[in-house]
Write a protein that binds this ligand. Sequence first.
Ligand code: SAH
Length: 217
Amino acid sequence: MRPRPPAAAPNPGRERLLEEITRSGVSDAAVLAAMAKVPRDFFLDDALKNRAYENNALPIGHAQTISQPAIVAFMSQALTQGRKLARVLEIGTGSGYQTAVLAELVDTVFTVERIKALSEQARQRLSALGYRNVHFGYADGMKGWLPYAPYDGILVTAGAENVPQALLDQLGPNGRLVIPVGPQGRQSLRLIERRGGILREQDLGWVSFVPLLAGKV
Ligand code: SAH
């Protein structure tokens, strides 16, 4: 069933942001349509809603951030590459914003978060927006989400010191993993593709994410 978020009111900030996302190198029509449709202000506290359509990461509490919109778009494009993937795992639900963008682009999203309060809040938000194709897990995503594996795509929205082996193991035959790898604050974004028994890795440039941490809180 197609999710139906409420129609967005005209908003010049939103249009400017879409232009900025396009200029940053995102050209995939489905990704741009998803970015135009998902209301980012809905994923922020009242005090920050007026900054929702700036191209910045912003605080969401619990020392975490909602990702920068251009990065959300870029990672979604790298993951889907113009195809409608069936099953995608997201590690780091956070606000649920990237989750909603994925829910527009793929058949089913499985999203895992280690902070219970964030997971619950994101679940409520996506439900309020009408998404019915998302499964929420409260778990340590470094271990992936084994019960629903394998996945056609895995998107990690926190910086990993190393690529967790569990995520490679849970990638399907032609699966793609998009993951920031490196120390806190500066990671290289990697695209890892499984082709039969072979893993091909590409560096997509520098990004800055909060760290991927072990365990649940
Ligand atoms: N895509 C989110 C980004 C949130 S920031 C958004 O746009 O809102 C990264 C998130 O990853 C945080 O919520 C953090 O708690 C979560 N995280 C960090 N390590 C994790 C792990 N091992 N398993 C699951 N979630 C993790």
